[in-house]
Ligand binder design. Structure first.
Ligand code: FES
Length: 90
């Protein structure tokens, strides 16, 4: 059983200077988080899963970390560290 399970919405869009963002940015963020997790944690400690809408559509990409049920919203690709910090500051 994983210590942490991170769900990242792959449907979120947010407003940019050029209009709504590409929802594929959620997939990019999820892949970036997975890469960081592989670098920094033991196999089997953390699972990263892409999801559909998590019902937290705000100003960026939404994610939630279980089992604590901790939400991190307003994410962009490049914000992987915001998630990693939540896992390491316990
Ligand atoms: S579309 Fe991402 S939380 Fe709703």
């Amino acid at each position: 059983m994983y210590k942490h399970h991170i769900f990242v919405c792959e449907s979120c869009q947010y407003e940019t200077e050029k209009g709504p963002s590409d929802p594929a940015l959620g997939k990019i963020l999820r892949k970036n988080i997975s890469s960081k997790v592989k670098e920094m944690f033991s196999t089997g400690d953390v699972c990263v899963t892409g999801s559909g809408c998590l019902g937290q559509c705000e100003q960026g990409i939404s994610s939630v970390i279980y089992p604590k049920g901790e939400w991190i919203n307003g994410l962009r690709p490049g914000d992987e560290i915001r998630i990693i910090e939540k896992l390491t500051k316990r």
